[in-house]
Structures are given as structure tokens and as C-alpha cells.
Design a protein around this ligand. Structure first.
Ligand code: GLN
Length: 540
């Protein structure tokens, strides 16, 4: 039997309670106690992965180093814990069924009727244990969706079986909501009671409850929840709403959450908890010296999670520089030649977001022209970099009609075109250039300085189109230089204007590698430049 402890986090009452943040916060606390762990997420939808989903459906798609397109909660796990997740850390119903059906076709179940129990549940269990290795003490598994959803049933059944098999080596922590009724001036516990009943119907007695609440929980409420849900009042943990997700680990620690988890798993106490660096981050976050206004230009404005990793990466870098980053979301479709100056004039820096398709391209190009001509710090990520190339081609090189073949197939100047190995790709899912690739930096450039003079870096990718090197000489002659190149395929990874205070376009996504305690060097360099602009504006 495995000696590794398993913690499952389920959710009830409603979605969007922040299971991912709770899982990541628990992970951070246990890591601060000296335990080795990882976190995985099981999503009950049928898609093999969220790579084919529109961000309006599912928020950002997070890309792992090994090239998996995953749920955005994996981004929280990496940022909170400083770990690197893989394909194995995100499993969907679609993937489980795919694995089972592949086995069935291969003849692995010969003679048997393939059923949800035991075949699907066995496959879920195989995936639960797949992350075990000799270096880990604990594995946290977050189950997406709510208990009671039809889709979640096989996952809940698999947890029931694992809990039975692992006994005291396994914990189920259930996250619920305590709604506050204004008229009664009361926190209501009934939805929590019902949600726990749903789990009990499935054969699972949760070991601990985490209750999301906007108000303090009184000892009476704690006792009442404990009584109705068969747990000790000490195992009812309040997760009060806080200003920043990064304060959640400390609040949960104050509630005694990690101590209780360790006691219940009979894990030896590793002495003092090491949260000094985390507290240091929060101190800086809470007492900024400057407020930077950074515009994010994209087409998924109003979808809070669409640019999750970018937003978090800006917060990490800003906090390291003692700056609060105020993000101004700008709908690319609203940026026109006539409005661009007014929309962008009060910003300290502009970031043009990644994306796909035609919508919003014209606005992004207007914005890039403005920041290039007005020396506003600019970072273009993936599509943002491709738009910077198109803008330069049109307005500096005089390439009339220059475009990316993603949106103008018969352009006379295909400055961005489909990568060669993408030309025969017909399937949309999982077929982009994904994950980590090396990039060689040209010495004595701004980006090389930003990366601490490293000559080779590794960054994560998610794209099909690339800079068309046929035009490289034209660009370089006019000052736009390729300062980062993939050493294996000579693919251009970074374009910059060295004469500009900060004008950098990256084919890769720096945001995926930013961590709370290790902000990304390129975002730091971008914000440092924005800070100079900010100081200039406010000293003049
Ligand atoms: N649509 C572009 C491509 O596929 C950019 C992708 C992105 O921004 N992630 O190359």
C-alpha cells in the first residue's frame, strides 16, 4: 500500500468558489511545513483538454512545460507552489474515456462488458495514483464542478473507493458556501448541510469543511455545521473573502487548517512553518510606492479569467518593484485611428495579448503604432508580437497590405505565416507548437540584459504561425531586430526595437513561468520601463 497521503478537494453549493485557490493555498502551507507535494485537477467535461475551448467558456488555457493545454487552476498551482506541472496533472472525463476506449479497441478487456464501474473508475484511480513517486509525501487532487452534478459522479465514486482503500492516508475536504441573507442578517448553513448530504449519498463522509463566507463565522455557526455534517467544529474552516488570492494561505493558516490536516493524516510535525517569503510578498503588495497603469489590449474583455496568467504575472513583477499594477482592459475592437491617442494616453505601459482569428487585429495594430511612435513601453505576447511585426511592415517598411496569413491568406507580404510543420495539420486539438522550447538570446540587447545576460532561455509556446524569415533583412535594416532565435529551427522568438525605451514582442508566453516568489524577468523589465515613464509623467 502506498505511503503517500492523498487529499481530495471537492466543491458544493455552487461553482466558482475558488477550489483551485484553496488547493494551491493548502499546497503552499504544506510545502512551507517541509513536505514535498504536487496538485492535480480532474475536470468532469468531455473535451480531452480545454485547448479547443473558447476563453469565454473556460477562461485561459494554461500551457505546461511539456506542452499540455490545461485548466487555468494549474497556473495557480505553479504560481503558489513554484512547481512545474505536466500533462498528468490535468485529467478530464474525455481523456479517461479515451484511455478506456483505446484499451477496449486494443483488446485489453477481452471478454468483458466495459462499464463505468469498474472500468472508468479504475482508470480514474490509475490517474489519481499516476503522480506518485518516491519524492512525494502528499498528492492533492482537486475535483472540478460540484458534487451532485451528473458529470462528477464517476470521480466521486473513484474517491469513495480510494478513501476506503487508503483509510487514514486519505482526506476529503469539501468546499462550500455560507450565503449571507441581508434581510435576516444571518449566514445560512442549509446549502452546506445539503451539499454534505449529497456527498454522503455517494458514500463519502468529508473529513473537513471549508466554508466560503463574506462574514466571520461565530462559534455557534461552526458548531451547527459540525453537528449537521458529522465533523468536529475544529474541522469547519472559514475561508473569508480577502482582497487578494495571495492572502488566502495566511488566512487558512490562522484558521489552523494546515495543522489540522497534518494531525488528521498523522503526519509528523516538521516544526516551524516557513512563510517569511510569502509574508514579505504580501507586505510589499499591501504597501506599494507607485501605482502603474498598464493597458491590456485584447478581444476577451469582460471575461475575467481570459488573461489570468498575464494578470498574475504583472502582479508578481509589480510587487517585486513595490508597484501596484492597475490593469486597464482595453477592447481591441474599440481602438481606432481616431480613438487610439485618447484611449492610450494615460497609460504607463501597454501589453498586447495573445489570441486567435481576425477580430480585434486592426485595433491592436493601431495601438502598436501609437506606442511605437510615442515611446510607450510595449510588450506583445504571441499574437501581440505578430501584430507588432505586421504594424512595422505596414507603417515603417511600407509593405502595403502586409498581414499574417492567419487572417489574410492572399496578402502580398505574408510577414507572419503558418509554420512549415503546421501545413498538413488538420486536427485542431493539441496540434499547435506547444510547451517549452529553447531560445538563444543575442548578447548586449535589452532582452539579454533582462534575462540576466543568459544566452539560452526556455519558454512556453502555443501557436501555429511564425515570423517569415524571408523578410528578416528588411526588418533589421529599419531597426526591428530578431534578438531571440530557436537554435534548432531558426524560428524567430523575440522581435525588438532596441532604440525604443521598451518595445518587445515574444512568440512565446513569458506569463506561464511567472511565480509569486519568482517574478518573470521580462515582465520586470517591462514594468521597470513603465515605472520610468510613470515617474517622468508625475515629475513634470
Ligand atoms: N494565433 C496565433 C498563432 O497561432 C497566435 C497564438 C497566440 O497568441 N497564442 O500563431
Amino acid at each position: 500500500m502506498s505511503l503517500i497521503k492523498h487529499i481530495f478537494i471537492t466543491g458544493g453549493v455552487t461553482s466558482s468558489l475558488g477550489k483551485g485557490i484553496i488547493a494551491a493555498s493548502l499546497g503552499r502551507l504544506l510545502k512551507a511545513r517541509g513536505y514535498q507535494l504536487t496538485i492535480q485537477k480532474f475536470d468532469p467535461y468531455i473535451n480531452i483538454d480545454p485547448g479547443t475551448m473558447n476563453p469565454t467558456e473556460h477562461g485561459e488555457c494554461f500551457v505546461t512545460a511539456d506542452g499540455a493545454e490545461t485548466d487555468l487552476d494549474l497556473g495557480h498551482y505553479e504560481r503558489f507552489l513554484g512547481i512545474t506541472t505536466t500533462q498528468k496533472n490535468n485529467i478530464t472525463t474525455g481523456r479517461v474515456y479515451h484511455q478506456v476506449i483505446t484499451k477496449e479497441r486494443r483488446g485489453d478487456y477481452l471478454g468483458k462488458t466495459v462499464q463505468v464501474i469498474p472500468h472508468i473508475t479504475d482508470e480514474i484511480k490509475r490517474n489519481i495514483f499516476a503522480l506518485e513517486d518516491s519524492k512525494k509525501d502528499i498528492i492533492i487532487t482537486e475535483i472540478g464542478g460540484c458534487v451532485g452534478d451528473i458529470e462528477s459522479l464517476p470521480f466521486i465514486e473513484a474517491i469513495r473507493q480510494v478513501k476506503w482503500e487508503l483509510r487514514e492516508h486519505c482526506l476529503v475536504i469539501h468546499l462550500t458556501l455560507l450565503p449571507y441573507l441581508q434581510a435576516a442578517k444571518e449566514l445560512k448553513t442549509k446549502p452546506t448541510q445539503h451539499s454534505v448530504k449529497k456527498l454522503l449519498e455517494a458514500g463519502i463522509q468529508p473529513d473537513m469543511l471549508i466554508c466560503r463566507t463574506a462574514h466571520d463565522i461565530t462559534p455557534e455557526i461552526r458548531k451547527k455545521i459540525a453537528l449537521f455534517c458529522n465533523v468536529s467544529p475544529k474541522d469547519v474552516i472559514a475561508a473569508k473573502d480577502v482582497d487578494t488570492i495571495y492572502a488566502v494561505p495566511l488566512h487558512l493558516h490562522e484558521e489552523g487548517f494546515d495543522t489540522r490536516v497534518l494531525q488528521k493524516l498523522a503526519l509528523t510535525y516538521h516544526g516551524a512553518i516557513h512563510l517569511e517569503d510569502w509574508r514579505g510578498f504580501l507586505r510589499r503588495y499591501d504597501a506599494p510606492k507607485y501605482m502603474l497603469r498598464i493597458g491590456i489590449i485584447g478581444k476577451y474583455i469582460g471575461v475575467p479569467d481570459a488573461y489570468k496568467s498575464i494578470v498574475e504575472a504583472l502582479q508578481h513583477a509589480g510587487t517585486a518593484l513595490c508597484c501596484k499594477v492597475q490593469i486597464i482592459y482595453i477592447d481591441a475592437e474599440k481602438v481606432m485611428a481616431s480613438t487610439v491617442a485618447q484611449i492610450l494616453s494615460r497609460l504607463d505601459g501597454v501589453l498586447v495579448a495573445p489570441g486567435f482569428g481576425t477580430r480585434g487585429i486592426a485595433g491592436k495594430i493601431h495601438a502598436i503604432r501609437y506606442v511605437r511612435e510615442n515611446h510607450v513601453p510595449f510588450l506583445g505576447i504571441c499574437l501581440g508580437m505578430q501584430c507588432a511585426v505586421v504594424e512595422f511592415a505596414q507603417n515603417v517598411l511600407g509593405f502595403v497590405g502586409a498581414a499574417s496569413t492567419e487572417y489574410v491568406q492572399d496578402t502580398p507580404y505574408p510577414v507572419i505565416h503558418l509554420m512549415e510543420n503546421q501545413q498538413k495539420v488538420t486536427q485542431k486539438g493539441g496540434s499547435m507548437r506547444l510547451g517549452n522550447y529553447p531560445c538563444q538570446l543575442l548578447p548586449h540587447t535589452k532582452v539579454w540584459e533582462a534575462y540576466d545576460q543568459k544566452t539560452t532561455i526556455n519558454e512556453r509556446h502555443r501557436h501555429r504561425y511564425e515570423f517569415n524569415t524571408v523578410y528578416l533583412e528588411d526588418f533589421e535594416q529599419q531597426g526591428m531586430r530578431a534578438v531571440g532565435i530557436n537554435p534548432d529551427h531558426s524560428l524567430v522568438e523575440i522581435m525588438t526595437l532596441e532604440e525604443h525605451p521598451f518595445f518587445v514582442g515574444t512568440q512565446f508566453h513569458p506569463e506561464y513561468q511567472s511565480r509569486v516568489l519568482e517574478p518573470h524577468p521580462l515582465l520586470i523589465a517591462f514594468l521597470k520601463s513603465a515605472l520610468l515613464v510613470h515617474k517622468k509623467i508625475y515629475s513634470s
